[in-house]
Design a protein around this ligand. Sequence first.
Ligand code: FES
Length: 292
Amino acid sequence: MGFAVGIVCILVGLIVSWPAVAVGAGLTLIFGFLWIRDVSRAHAAAPPVHPEAEGAPDPAAAVPETSHAEAERYPRSKFLEGATLGLGAAIGAVVTVPAVGFALVPAFVDQGHPEIDLGPMDNFAQGEWVITHFELDPVQGEVTRRVAYIRYNGLADNEPSFTIISNRCAHLGCPVQPGGLVQPDKTKDEKTPGGQLVSLTPVVGLSSFTCPCHGGSYDSEGNRTAGPPVRGLDRWTYKIKHGHLVLITNYSVSTVEGTGANAVINKYRLTGPGQHVDGPEQIFYPWQPPTS
Ligand code: FES
């Protein structure tokens, strides 16, 4: 039972969290060791049984010294039992291992995307919001198209500071809309050196984000202000490379204190929409370690 519970913990932990995998591995090792020890002890303690001696009152007396070689012979029933179990295990492994492999392995392999070059920093005027469309992976094309709201905050400690907010609602993932005057006639399409097609549309007076699906509302830093979303809007990490703004990866946010370059962002590993990343509710979701 302990061994089985350990295996279950490992499998659940692979989906839920690494600490559960560690606990499962510990249980599996401990109970596996105890199981093997019990089996080997029982095997060592069992008296040798000669088929012809079954039913004899004293098993030790039933195996005469002279018939030692005959007593060592492997019983046919034991062989058939082992062969049946072994064959069943082999068939089970052939059926199960590929299915489990195809279900679990992709979650751990090649889940990233290349860095995304959004073009020169000059595309982003200080203090102005820009709706930016881009592809996560140009090789995979349109299906990877994403949207971020980007504002250049100016220099902070001699480093360019950007606020880059994902448009994915933190409730169920609908695209949030900007509360400001969108200027489609000023849209600029750019092809970056990496072949990325980037579309930039300025927004004037952006003061909030709203979600059309269930009325979720956020302030201009992405903090939830009303409706069903359980946290703030996700954000992107970035770097400046050869004067270009480059997106690296996205992460989840519980709340943001302050604004622009002075904002203190409570970051978490990227999580799905609808998941709490802090507070007591987070125990119902996979554990999300805070990131720096
Ligand atoms: S998906 Fe945005 S409020 Fe429900």
